[in-house]
Design a protein. Sequence first.
Lengths: 502, 703
Amino acid sequence: MIPAILLQIVFVPVAFSLFIFLFRFQLGKKAGWVAASGLVYTTALLIIALIKVYNGSPIYEEYPIVINPDIRMALLGDGLSIAIALICNILCLALSIYSIKYVDHRIELIYAGIDQRGEISYYTRFFYLFLLFPMGFMGVSFAADLIVLYFFMETLTIVLYFLMAYFGYYERVRVATMCLIWGIFSAILFLAGVLIIYSQIGSFQIDQIHHMSGNPMAFWVIAIILVGMFAKLAIIPLHVWMPWVHAEHPTCIAGLLAVYANIAAYIIVRVLVLPLWDDFQWFGPPIMVLSAITMVYGSLLTLGQTDMKRIPACSTISQSAYSMLGIGALTAASIEGGLFFFLSHVMAKTVFFSTCGIVVYTTHIRNIDHLSGLGSKMPITALLFLCGGMMLSGIPPFSTFPAEVIMFTGIFARADTFGIVIGLIGLMAILLTVSYAFYFAMRIFFGQLPEALANNDHIKDPPLTMTVPLIAIVLLSAALGLYPSLIMTLFEPVISSVIVNM
Amino acid sequence: MLFAWLCLLFPLIGVLLTPVFASLHPTLRDYGPVFFSFLTAVSALMLLPFLFHDPTQLPMEEMYVWLSTPMQLSFGILLDPLSIVVTNVVAVISFFIMVYCLGYMKGNPSIMRFWMLMNAFIGSMLLLVLANNLIIVFIGWKLVGVCSYGLISFYFRDEKKYWIGGPEPYEFDKPTVCGYKALVTTSVGDMLMLGGLLIMYHYSGTLNVLELYQTAPEWIPVMAATPGMIILVSVLLIAGPVGKSAQFPLHEWLPEAMSGPGPVSALIHAATMVKSGVFFIARLIPIFYYGYWTAGVADAMYFFYIVAWIGAITAFLAASQGLVALELKKVLAYSTVSQIGLMMLALGVSGFSQDLLVKGYTAGIFHLVSHAMFKACLFLCAGTVIHAAHSIYIHEMGAMRKYLPYTWIFMGLAALSLIGVPPLPGFWSKEAVLIATLESEHYALFALAIATVVFTAFYTMRFLGMVFHGSASGHILKQGQKTGHHIGEGYRTQTFACGILAVGIVALGIMGLNAQHLLHDLFEMQLVQDLAMPAIDLVPKYPIILVIAFSIGGVVLGVLPAYFFFVNNKWSIDSVFSRHTILSKVHTFLWERWYINKFYNWFFVSGTVRISSVVAPKEVRYDIIVNRQFPEGVKAFSSSVVADKLERDFDITVHRHLPEAISRKGNALINFIRADAKDLSSNIAYILALTIILTILAVIRMI
């Protein structure tokens, strides 16, 4: 067995990051492949860990940091965290490969006229910053200690700030600052909740939170942390940062941004729903209402966009709310379905977003009113876009379909009029998703090709390093859609069996 | 059982191998997919012996666990008379359509995509039909929708020659828009249906078809305990078939769904897609029948009422629209909508009484079979005709009989079957539907059905006359004069496929009554013996001859005027219109499809666009408030109030007033001490103060 497997999974990317930083001028353009190879290693570790967990034993590792107050680097790999970590890590890997060409192109555009050394400096900077993302995601997934969880969440916000400020679009520094402030807003609320928990139970360990149950302060803990996490998930009315941030950052981290936002759903389940089950009941219906409103509103907002990059951004608002809808319904199936939808959504969003990025990359046009008929010149991109659209709208064989089925089964299992009404509204929101996904496919890729685009020889399918990772994700999503039992078997001991005993 | 699995496997292999074939050789690329379709058809035929030799083995089921937590779902195959009959219709007719495509699609640059989509389409439909679990049925259902989307918008470049609609000055529709419309409209039904399935799952605890049947008398009453729940679930479940089978009020996508290549329309209208709704209703019937007749839940009857009424209304509505359409394929499309309506009607009335169960069920499925054959033939012939005439409009054809003699015969036979001329199969199956409807004693439904028969006869004769008879239109004459252009039959594969289907129609017609009896016995065995559904066999209340009289009378009533108007041109349609202005009003009303399409466009499409165009600026406004005005407000507050006022005052206090005060007081103190040092009394006070302070410090130290 590999020693300290979880610790390795979290910190090996940091080691690679450091390596790239130290040898940046020696590595030059190879930095992207170095980053990818680091992630290949951690993915392999994750698969080994997953097999172990699948066969029935969670992995727990603990490294003391501070004795008093008791803060431990405690990492827990159970079915839930391993599944989430694996999918996120695979997305990181895919996007690191996608970035290899993309970042090159981006630097040419933003820092035109820079010398060779400066160019390499920027290029490598992207990758050593990028590698802190997998660290953050793995840390958040595995953290069994609230302070550790908080630390990794904050790290993500800061890394995002730098990446956006260096490599984003037009208003990158302003938007990066905005994003940082929103990120800190939710992190502060989270920290406040954590400190209240500590004041009541004297521990930062997640497995101790259940001692809070029944405590009058539990209500406030849930309320404060929920508001913070809603800001991350972009639930109405805390969604305004999302279109900006998603529109202005470099497309190659788009998928990770979807994870960044949506992983809050996992945190809510881990920190609030499972330990404080009874206290959380009160919050179920309001969450469902807010989520349903966000789903519909976000989809309508998406339909109204004309900016290529704002389309997926607004769609994320709507899609993150799906997971929250499932969690808010508070049945085993709905929570498992909601979290499965989170994983499916981030895969879908990675494909959808990155394909939009490919279109912008090749055409340099962001306004879809100027685009049409690209399908004949970029068939693979068109196919990927359609697959992304199908993945978003829950069409089999992609994994969003079983996720939706399980989630809505859970919602209807509440068996009250409220659940049925909200459930049907949710299903109609999916209809809106179908509408916008295929509407944009029609607008961008179908129809007659304008003269200007037809004569532009640069418009063609992008290099393989950009398409192959996305194809791999499409196939992964299809595989999980055809065999959802894999994920569900992993979730079962962590969620269903716990809830049954409540 | 093996052959049933093969029915699913062969199309899938066909899809996967097509790119490989395409890279090897063009001939292999074209014949390979057709060969897999052939294998599928053969596998389907191998299921037939179950029906004839040993029907007692049925139903057979084979399944594997797909999902065990948090809900139980199995993936498997269910063979019963219904699935075997429909599987054969799908696989065999699809194969002939594929053969036709060999000629029709020759030379198309995107043919590889075409073959892949066609096989995927057939495979998805078979998955839908053979699945043993309603969620798996739903997966097939969604895949059928996606494949149809791909095929309807097959000409995704939207070249002008592929536009449909019109003619000038009416609007045209582009293929991609038609595909999008089909996808979204059917998705409305799909999503509601998914909701219905999952709510049903909550009560039944299973979605396995046979388990649902067996346990229905137990969980339907539980469901009925919540008022309105049965009706809600019925409506939701019916919404799916209504969308997929293009029934009112979700019928508007189908008339535009023929923007893809000709054979695709044949596939959608005849063999796959729109039949899935009928099939699904047939799958659901036992559940609600048990609910009403065994468990005595009165609400369950609404399911049958809704189905029957939707069917009858759609049949009438679509047939009336078919009276005026000018595009050949659109006439046929309206006719499909209308005929599916008749099938729905038959299935709906099957629940009205215990006597009608088997009769209605048989009539619906029998009409499905016969309609599949003649509609496939009609669409394939229409493809040839349109290709030859270089026009999609029937008023730009005329006298095509002399150019397309074979197609004339084949299409004529199929059209007569659609009209319901004995002894063609359309006559027998329509007869069965009418009998079941009349026996239900719902005379309004019967009247709608008879009106549909009259309309059907009229529009069928109309397009036959306008296409093949009369005098050649200017357009045809112009085409004939073009050098290098020849108006004539298509490739041999095309004519062959149409011919085989025509032969099939005649054969089925001759065996008509036998086939009907066979189906009747099979379904009786399935429903009454295997599933033990309560049924009785009553003596018909009305003599059969009455129905035949109604039906033949209706046909004659429709055919005769059409014959005089369009075939031998004795009467002139224009003079009739000029004499009766009301007629042209009716014409406009029908041409505009009862204004339903316009209304939907205005309400749903423009409505959604309007809402989103309201939402987007609101969002911008909100965004400005939160992300710009709020930070700016904070900044203004901090500079004007915090920085300029509070902080400055504080600053002045701490850094100026305080030191000044300290130094002032310090001076005063020093002066005081200095001054007071001169006399004794103040020295005593000074020493006393020092002592007190030291004592206090000492006490603190000791504690």
